[in-house]
Design a protein around this ligand. Structure first.
Ligand code: AP5
Length: 214
């Protein structure tokens, strides 16, 4: 099964993704994480991505689709993937649906996390991320242990694009370029609208209930 985790910045995609991927036995593929890995390694792609990420804009579709195409062809993705943060433009959605039809026919399930804007800035500005394994925390809702990351012991810091001015730009980009993607997906996949407000465990239970429906 191919599952798309959809929602605005800060809606909880990364927080919920690992559990969903583990439950379904499919790899978690997050385009933002892949770009951050390249950035950390200082590759050309990382440098290119940084120029867009630092402004809260989308990395160009051609670059992002090529990246996803090569990831989808890896052996562990043969039976499905959980895509987190992709597609996030109408051209990306059309490309992905075409690619899946041609190479991986079968059900496509969309988990759309619905969180009002009023929650998002507080969630993102309070987010802290492990430099080593990428685990995310929130200073209030899910604080990291004082000794560092609870999963690997790595240093937990604030992401550069979580500064408030960049967050506002990311939300504007979402409204302009990503929100319309949902209309495209509704015509081609099973879309579950999940209330993303409430305790992390409650959102997790809502996702599990939606997945049980198929
Ligand atoms: P990306 O890394 O994908 O960022 P994003 O979509 O903006 O999503 P976030 O990571 O900000 O939020 P999330 O929904 O994962 O929330 P989280 O679970 O962490 O992309 C970064 C950049 O890369 C983009 O701006 C773009 O430049 C580029 N990019 C990536 N993909 C691209 C693509 N397809 N095309 C082009 N460019 C692309 O939660 C947020 C916080 O809230 C955390 O602190 C968490 O602990 C807390 N939280 C989570 N759930 C709850 C809850 N239920 N209650 C209270 N707090 C909660």
């Amino acid at each position: 099964m191919n599952v798309l985790l959809f929602g605005p910045p800060g809606s909880g995609k990364g927080t919920q993704a690992k559990d969903v991927a583990t439950t379904l036995g499919i790899p978690h593929v997050a385009t933002g994480d892949i770009f951050r890995k390249h950035l950390k390694e200082g590759t050309d792609l990382g440098r290119l991505a940084r120029s867009y990420m630092d402004r809260g804009e989308l990395v160009p579709d051609s670059v992002t689709c090529d990246l996803v195409a090569s990831r989808l062809q890896e052996a562990d993705a043969a039976n499905g993937v959980l895509l987190d943060g992709f597609p996030r433009s109408v051209p990306q959605a059309e490309w992905l649906l075409g690619w899946l039809r041609a190479h991986r026919p079968g059900p496509v399930v969309v988990l759309s996390l619905v969180v009002p804007d009023s929650f998002l800035v507080g969630r993102i500005s309070g987010r802290r991320t492990c430099l080593k394994c990428g685990a995310t925390y929130h200073v209030t809702h899910n604080p990291p242990p004082a000794s560092g990351c609870g999963q690997c012991g790595g240093e937990v810091v604030q992401r550069k694009d979580d500064a408030e001015d960049v967050v506002l730009a990311r939300l504007a980009t979402y409204a302009r370029e990503t929100a319309p993607v949902l209309g495209v997906l509704r015509g081609a996949a099973t879309v579950h609208d999940i209330d993303g407000v409430g305790a992390i465990e409650d959102v997790r239970a809502r996702i599990a209930a939606a997945l049980a429906l198929g």
